[in-house]
Design a protein around this ligand. Structure first.
Ligand SMILES: Nc1ncnc2c1ncn2[C@@H]1O[C@H](COP(=O)(O)OP(=O)(O)O)[C@@H](O)[C@H]1O
Ligand SMILES: [Mg+2]
Length: 332
C-alpha cells in the first residue's frame, strides 16, 4: 500500500444471486459493486457519490467486512481483510466502524445512552467499570452532548442528537477508519451542517480516515479531499474535490453537478452548466451493454453501446471511465 493509506480496495466486486423457486436455482445476479478500486489516507476523507441504487451501501458493507467481496481485495492498514475468517472479525471491528443513515434504527431504543456507548467497550473487554464510565463521559463531551444525557434513551433525543450518539459509539473504540453511509441524509439542512462540522473537528483530533458516502455532491464538497463518482456499481470518475467541481469530465458527473440546488446567482456562476439527466438509473440486475451510462448519456456515440470504456487518466490524480477521453471509437 502506498504511504499514508489506511485502507485500500482493489477491483472489489459484490454480486448477489437472484434465485427462483423452492430449490433456489440461481437465475441471474445483481452486480451491486462491480470492480471498484480506491485508496483512503489517514486523516483524510474520500467522498463516494452516486444515485440511489448505484451500490454505495454495498460498497460500504464490503469495506467494513459486513459482506465478504465476491472478488477483489480489501486492505486495512497492511492487513488484507477481505478474506478474514469470521473468528477474526471482532478484532477488526475495533479498527473500522460504520455510521448508518438512520440513527433511529441503529440505536437500541430500550437502552440508555450510557449502555449504548459502553457496549463496544464491554464487547472488546476494554477497561474496568470506572474506566468505561470515564470514556463514555469523554466521548459525550467530544460529540458535544451534555453529560447528563447518559441517562436518557434514544427516543428522547432529536434526530441530530441521535446521530451524534451513533458517531460517538463509532468513535469510542478509536478506529482507524470510519465509513459514514449517508450520515446526514435523514436530517434537516441546518442540523446537517452542524453534524458535518462536528465530523470535521473530530477527524482533526483523531486523524481517522473517513469514507463518506452520499447521494448529494454538495454535502461532500466541504468534507472530502477526493471524490469517487459511482454509477451502477462502478467508479466512473475519481479526482481531487476542487478538480472534480472545476473540471468534471464524465457526462454523469456533469449531470450530477447541474442537479445541485443553488441559492444565489454567484453560486450558479461557480458551477458550470451541463445538461440534466433524463430517465432512471437502470437495475444492477440488468446492466446495459457497453458503457453502463450510455442509455442516459447526452454525449453517447455508437461505440458507447458496444464496448466498455477503459479507465483513462486525464490528469495527475484524475481518472475517468468514458470513451470521450479514450481516443477510441472511430465512428464518434
Ligand atoms: N442484499 C441484497 N440482495 C440483493 N440485491 C441487493 C442487496 N443489497 C443491495 N442490492 C441491490 O444492489 C444494488 C445497489 O444497492 P445499494 O448498495 O443499496 O445502493 P445505494 O446505497 O447506492 O442506494 C441495488 O440494485 C439493490 O437493489
Ligand atoms: Mg444506500
Amino acid at each position: 500500500m502506498s504511504g499514508g493509506a489506511v485502507m485500500k480496495l482493489q477491483a472489489v466486486c459484490k454480486y448477489f444471486p437472484i434465485t427462483r423457486g423452492l430449490l433456489r436455482v440461481k437465475v441471474g445476479e445483481v452486480r451491486a459493486v462491480d470492480g471498484v478500486s480506491l485508496e483512503l489516507r489517514r486523516g483524510a476523507t474520500l467522498g463516494v457519490v452516486g444515485e440511489s441504487g448505484s451500490g454505495k451501501t454495498t460498497l460500504a458493507k464490503v469495506a467494513v467486512r459486513i459482506y465478504r467481496p465476491t472478488s477483489g481485495r480489501v486492505w486495512l492498514g497492511g492487513q488484507e481483510i477481505g478474506a478474514l475468517p469470521v473468528s477474526q472479525l471482532l478484532a477488526l471491528r475495533r479498527r473500522i466502524q460504520m455510521v448508518y443513515q438512520d440513527p433511529t434504527s441503529s440505536l437500541n431504543p430500550r437502552h440508555s445512552l450510557r449502555r449504548i456507548l459502553e457496549e463496544p467497550l464491554v464487547v472488546h473487554r476494554l477497561g474496568g467499570r470506572r474506566e468505561r464510565e470515564r470514556r463514555v463521559a469523554e466521548i459525550l463531551e467530544r460529540v458535544e452532548l451534555p453529560a447528563d444525557f447518559r441517562f436518557r434513551h434514544p427516543s428522547h433525543l432529536s434526530g441530530g442528537q441521535r446521530q451524534r450518539v451513533a458517531i460517538a459509539r463509532a468513535l469510542i473504540l478509536e478506529p482507524e477508519v470510519v465509513v459514514l453511509d449517508e450520515p446526514t441524509s435523514a436530517l434537516d439542512v441546518s442540523v446537517q451542517a452542524k453534524i458535518l462540522a462536528l465530523l470535521r473537528r473530530l477527524q482533526q483530533r483523531t486523524q481517522a480516515g473517513y469514507l463518506f458516502i452520499t447521494h448529494n455532491l454538495a454535502v461532500v464538497s466541504g468534507m472530502a479531499t477526493h471524490i469517487v463518482v459511482m454509477y451502477l456499481g462502478q467508479a466512473v470518475e475519481y479526482a481531487p474535490t476542487a478538480e472534480l467541481f472545476g473540471r468534471p469530465r464524465h457526462p454523469y458527473t456533469r449531470a450530477l453537478l447541474s442537479a445541485i440546488p443553488v441559492l444565489t446567482a454567484e453560486e450558479r456562476g461557480l458551477i458550470p452548466e451541463y445538461r440534466r439527466l433524463d430517465g432512471e438509473i437502470p437495475s444492477s440486475a440488468c446492466i446495459p451493454r457497453g458503457c453502463r451510462f450510455h442509455p442516459r448519456c447526452p454525449e453517447a456515440h455508437a461505440c458507447c453501446s458496444r464496448e466498455v470504456p477503459p479507465e483513462v487518466a486525464v490528469g495527475p490524480d484524475h481518472t475517468v471511465r468514458c470513451w470521450l477521453y479514450a481516443g477510441g471509437g472511430d465512428d464518434r
